[in-house]
Design a protein. Structure first.
Length: 88
């Protein structure tokens, strides 16, 4: 009986960890915000980010990758549009 209780407790704990880690996953909007603030490795902050986006030196895909998110064209375009419109 104790072994069953321990197994169930371990499974419940693992499920809680997985649910908690998914709650902290970034959204593309949060990735754009972090890029703007210079909080992503390899991505400069707002001072030069807009110019780098315009010149193509940094793309939405680069930002998603730096944030550890899945890279896809829709989200990459969304990130770029958020950053382009950020100061407007």
């Amino acid at each position: 009986m104790t072994a069953i209780t321990r197994t169930v407790s371990a499974l419940a704990f693992t499920a809680t960890l997985l649910a908690t880690s998914s709650a902290f996953a970034l959204t593309p909007f949060q990735a754009a915000s972090q890029a703007y603030r210079g909080q992503l490795d390899g991505i400069t902050g707002y001072g030069t980010l807009k110019g780098q986006l315009r010149s193509g030196n940094v793309t939405g895909e680069d930002i998603l990758e730096a944030a550890g998110l899945e890279v896809n064209a829709y989200d990459a375009n969304f990130v770029e549009s958020v950053l382009r419109d950020r100061d407007n």
